[in-house]
Design a protein around this ligand. Structure first.
Ligand code: ZN
Length: 280
């Protein structure tokens, strides 16, 4: 049984502050250790349940956060920027299950710790086939494209609720309860990591019950940006159409285009947002 693990950072045990998720910020190095510990809890649970291989993808920011020197040596790690499939890099039909650890609620969810979708400042909302869509749904649909079920989602209570309403009886482990976007009531790491390990094993032991999250093609990715400049910049990408002053849309039959394009958009949006512009 091969298990794929996508690890984001906002939903990691103990973390509530954006500084803890940016290299150079206060608490960042400790945040990386806590992120690695959550990943290790998933790896331990996966092998307990009969896993034979675990591939971990660092899915946050620069994707250079997980500490490979502290990672359970039974797993391998996908690391570094420029990965074409971003949060889903390496996920394919070779896996029997996917786990999303350290995930967070989509943009605009009240009490969702660090809630956002793809980009915290630049994006108001993402839509998949007309329905509002967070990162859990984006990556679950990628897994579903390959027929891989999502076994477990960990993060705060809000993302666990989002995952259950989307994926049905998926296993979830809440490691914190949001008070506000940057405040939460936390479980301590030893408790949270035990729950993650047990939840992973429990989920994989009932894998036969779990179904892939399948979205019927064609896939339409809608993005509501917070800026007309970003929308018009992203609309320059061939195939992307401007659907409104701050809206873009893109349609494809290959879900990989959706993940790839979100990465391209992020590069453009980052340039526009910092004032360097995409027009040279
Ligand atoms: Zn993140």
């Amino acid at each position: 049984m091969r298990i794929y693990v996508s690890v984001d950072m906002e939903g990691v045990t103990g973390l509530t502050d954006p500084e803890e998720m940016h290299a150079g910020g206060r608490g960042y190095e400790r945040g990386c250790e806590l992120m690695t510990a959550d990943a290790n809890a998933v790896i331990a649970g996966a092998f307990e349940a009969g896993g034979t291989a675990v591939v971990v993808n660092d899915a946050h920011g620069s994707t250079k956060n997980l500490r490979v020197d502290l990672l359970d040596p039974r797993a391998s790690l996908i690391r570094g920027p420029g990965k074409p499939m971003r949060m889903a890099q390496g996920l394919s039909g070779d896996f029997q299950a996917a786990v999303f650890a350290g995930y967070h609620a989509r943009a605009g969810v009240q009490h969702g710790v660090l809630n956002h979708t793809w980009m915290g400042k630049e994006i108001q909302n993402v839509y998949l086939n007309g329905e509002v869509c967070g990162e859990t749904r984006l990556v679950a649909a990628f897994a579903g494209f390959y027929g891989v079920p999502v076994a477990l989602v960990t993060g705060d209570e809000a993302v666990c609720e989002e995952a259950r309403s989307l994926l049905g009886d998926v296993e979830t482990v809440a490691v914190k309860k949001g008070v506000d976007r940057f405040a939460a009531e936390l479980l301590t790491p030893s408790v949270a990591q035990r729950l993650i390990r047990e939840g992973t094993a429990r989920a994989l032991n009932r894998l036969a019950d779990l179904r892939p999250y399948e979205v019927a093609p064609p896939f339409t990715l809608g993005v509501e940006w917070n800026s007309t400049a970003i929308a018009s910049g992203c609309a320059l990408v061939p195939g992307t159409r401007q659907a409104g002053p701050r809206h873009t849309e893109f349609t494809t039959d290959d879900y990989r285009d959706i993940m790839g394009l979100l990465g391209v958009y992020a590069t453009i949006a980052g340039h526009v947002a910092c004032g360097s512009g995409v027009y040279g």
